[in-house]
Ligand binder design. Sequence first.
Ligand SMILES: NC(=O)c1ccc[n+]([C@@H]2O[C@H](COP(=O)([O-])OP(=O)(O)OC[C@H]3O[C@@H](n4cnc5c(N)ncnc54)[C@H](O)[C@@H]3O)[C@@H](O)[C@H]2O)c1
Length: 323
Amino acid sequence: MKILITGGAGFVGSHLADRLIKDGHEITVIDDLSTGRYSNIAHLEDTKSFRLIIDTVLNQELMEDLIRETDRVYHMASAVGVRLIMEQPVKTIETIFHGTDVILKFCSRYRKRVLIPSTSEVYGKGTSIPFSEDDDLLTGATDKHRWAYACAKTLDEFLALAHWKETRLHVVVVRLFNTVGPRQTGQYGMVVPRFVHAAMKNEPITVHGDGTQQRCFGHVSDVVEGLVKVLETPECFGQVVNLGNDEEVSILGLADKAITLTGSSSEIKFIPYEEAYGDGFEDMRRRVPNLAKAKRLVGYQPTRSLDDIINDVAAEFRNSVTA
Ligand SMILES: NC(=O)c1ccc[n+]([C@@H]2O[C@H](COP(=O)([O-])OP(=O)(O)OC[C@H]3O[C@@H](n4cnc5c(N)ncnc54)[C@H](O)[C@@H]3O)[C@@H](O)[C@H]2O)c1
């Protein structure tokens, strides 16, 4: 098949490209390299079945041409990362909402199957752990900029499901919970690479808040497997599906694990959220996915643990230093 991956030079998108090329598909990646990196897909450039286009998904003429000629679209392009969202809320909202609008419009016009990634952030301040796809969503006030990301993604979900309702567009919405692994950069506030890289350099590990907030981390290989399965399963069309890992760890526990597994002498430092992200930041205490729907629809079952994730991220960092 011909498959278009928007944001394919990014973290998840580049792993998806690897996986789909291995299956024998022809892959086109479009990426503006805003948070993605050429190095993530450099190894694919000599592959005949791979093509990279450096441009934005907001270029409607180009997107119409690319979508017309493809069989599947994975729309991974997005503004991501808490820091970016706090610093550039306008760009965040525009990229997420306009980008998805363009993709859905042309997928609908040319009847193309499409996956729209959403995020666990849409569950907001919800407290009914674990989070299920049909839960109410509870985000914060509009002057708390961090919620712009969640709300823009929620609007994406509404739009995707509206296309399904009105014209039966073959669309699947996936709510990704924290997804981590090699190639993710710590630059935009992603906690796992930030902690592991600091630990490996024996530098202080900075924990925001008191570190008792809990998170779940899914290995990118497990998540990519889930993405491919849901888009190939007609029962998933018009559905919202959680993907990730439901094993919980506190952020302080994560810092300890990063230190132990890398044999580091780093100390742990605590800083208030306001210092890290500015005024008006609100965090969520816990975020655990209910994976029952993914399991029922596609047999999704994460196979890699947090130790595997830390070891893989550490191995990549070690290789980059010795390369
Ligand atoms: N990684 C996670 O934990 C996580 C969690 C929840 C949701 N998601 C979602 O998964 C998707 C992929 O995220 P990721 O972690 O790989 O982030 P990423 O930043 O590595 O990937 C996003 C890619 O989109 C590209 N991009 C941004 N704006 C663009 C535009 N206008 N035109 C073309 N390309 C553009 C970036 O350059 C980047 O390569 C996003 O939709 C994100 O919201 C990820």
